[in-house]
Design a protein around this ligand. Sequence first.
Ligand SMILES: NC(=O)C1=CN([C@@H]2O[C@H](COP(=O)(O)OP(=O)(O)OC[C@H]3O[C@@H](n4cnc5c(N)ncnc54)[C@H](OP(=O)(O)O)[C@@H]3O)[C@@H](O)[C@H]2O)C=CC1
Ligand SMILES: O=C(O)C(=O)[C@@H](O)[C@H](O)C(=O)CO
Length: 277
Amino acid sequence: MNAIPTVILNDGAWFPELGLGTYNLRGEEGIEAMVAAIDSGYRLLDTAVNYENEGEVGEAVRRSGVDRDKLLVTSKIPGRHHGRQEAIDSIKGSLDVLGLDRIDLHLIHWPNPSVGRYVETWRGMIEARDLGLVRSIGVSNFTEDQLTELIEETGVAPAVNQVELHPYFPQEALRAFHRTHGIRTESWSPLARRSELLTEQLIHELATVHDVTPTQVVLRWHTQLGSTPIPKSADPDRQRENADVFGFTLTEDQVAAISALERGRLWDGDPLTHEEM
Ligand SMILES: NC(=O)C1=CN([C@@H]2O[C@H](COP(=O)(O)OP(=O)(O)OC[C@H]3O[C@@H](n4cnc5c(N)ncnc54)[C@H](OP(=O)(O)O)[C@@H]3O)[C@@H](O)[C@H]2O)C=CC1
Ligand SMILES: O=C(O)C(=O)[C@@H](O)[C@H](O)C(=O)CO
């Protein structure tokens, strides 16, 4: 398997082109699944306060035997912790639960526009970064207008925006905005949560052409769009399959054909209306 390549974020930090989602990976089984992923070459683990598994992620990092500086842990601030001081306190809480002395990338999980505190929260994140509690700061589920507001109010662009992105919802306009502002796109639910996406005829045809699996076609599409997918799998074989996508290249026409599967979000996760506390 080719090693997972890295890119450089707008703050100079390195960031993998593919990582592991950990939603619902919990307990001893969850820890073992994460350690297996790290053994297979994953270097980015994506968690959140609301996943209630930061403890498992920290334990997997310690058990893996891989140098801490070669691993990257992402966590996220929940809606109930919005506010400047609340954000700093939330990050300190995450560090405690993780049992780590630094979080590599911290995100605002959802903007929660009706609460109206994401700019204040962002100011707290900037402070936390300056205090050395987190290395990089970013957001999740932010729209173009909300990103613009953060940048205009604070002068600091997020390093990453983690958003719903898969062939059914390719987010072309938002990705173009990210490129203009040096924001790295990260794809959540990159496999569309194993919906019928993996049975699409086009995806199967391309898998045959490249002698890979349908899942690998989809994940390679993400990386060629310039986004970091974070597929979740509890299974070591599927984890290896998902990470082994850097040995073939889709043509531009093939990438465009996959993007043409667009049909919308998986569920009602529109950040202008969906809020999570
Ligand atoms: N910021 C946000 O608001 C959000 C962030 N996320 C993040 O994104 C991550 C990934 O998204 P998620 O929603 O979990 O969905 P994914 O698109 O990653 O799909 C996960 C599902 O696909 C299955 N799967 C994984 N690999 C394969 C494979 N090779 N073949 C067949 N099936 C496979 C998994 O099953 P199995 O485990 O059995 O392999 C699981 O059922 C989350 O874990 C979380 O970290 C997700 C949603 C929102
Ligand atoms: O997984 C996440 O990060 C979430 O924000 C979840 O709430 C996810 O959106 C979900 O599972 C909602 O059904």
